[in-house]
Design a binder for this molecule. Structure first.
Ligand code: DC
Length: 222
């Protein structure tokens, strides 16, 4: 039987990872945070001192990195990078790395391999449009830029010094623009995706809505 695949796409801060993770726990599916994979490559690029403009160097390095997930943790060449991939420098550089088509095809291959054999909830930017074009259910999560910036800001308080809401908002807007306007697999809603605006909804409201939509597609027994 074909595994069940739930694709969740949308801009930064729309709630994708929180919702995808919780949903995967409820359904007992594997959660794949594809953003963490782009972030892991970015972290390794920065660690090796490779310039973000050195495409050849980045592609060569990407070919040498073995990326895998274990219990929702991300590993690159056997090293756990859960903490490292959330660093500010990584966040600021990842959109550049995610534009490189060769890096994308390396990671998309891994993503498809996992989804071929397991029920998955996979979140990212191009899951419904490219990675899992035949996904069982495609969701496109959005929220206003103000709400998304506020959520990121609240996450950062206590972890990062001198956080500034306006700066967070500017950073999110910049990343949105790069993700939407890039040549390869830009952030766009798949034609058959259901759009959910999370601005005024709780996490549980959104999860219930997704489970309702999933039940329309398949019969869940538990
Ligand atoms: O969701 P995130 O903030 O962790 O994503 C990090 C970056 O990676 C973001 O700039 C978009 C990019 N990305 C992508 O291009 N394709 C994906 N499937 C996931 C993330």
């Amino acid at each position: 039987m074909k595994p069940i695949q739930i694709a969740i796409d949308g801009p930064a801060g729309a709630g994708k990872s929180t919702i995808a993770k919780k949903l995967s726990e409820l359904l007992n599916y594997i959660y794949i945070d594809t953003g963490a994979m782009y972030r892991a490559i970015t972290y390794m690029v920065l660690q090796e001192g490779i310039n973000t403009g050195d495409i050849d160097g980045i592609v060569k390095l990407s070919e040498r990195i073995e990326i895998r997930f274990e219990n929702d943790s991300i590993y690159a060449n056997g090293r756990n990078l859960d903490h490292e991939v959330r660093g500010i420098e990584v966040t600021q550089s990842v959109s550049h790395i995610a534009q490189i088509p060769q890096v994308r095809s390396i990671l998309v291959k891994i993503q498809r391999e996992i989804a071929a054999n397991h029920n998955v909830v996979m979140d990212g930017r191009d899951i419904g449009t490219n990675v899992l074009q035949d996904a069982t259910l495609k969701i496109f999560l959005t929220a206003s830029v103000e709400e998304r910036a506020l959520r990121r800001f609240q996450e950062m308080i206590g972890k990062v010094e001198n956080v500034d809401l306006e700066a967070v908002k500017a950073d999110i807007s910049k990343r949105d623009k790069m993700d939407k306007e890039r040549a390869h697999s830009p952030l766009v809603k798949a034609k058959d995706a259901v759009e959910i605006d999370t601005t005024n909804y709780s996490i549980d409201d959104v999860i219930n809505k997704i489970i309702f939509l999933l039940k329309e597609k398949i019969s869940i027994t538990n």
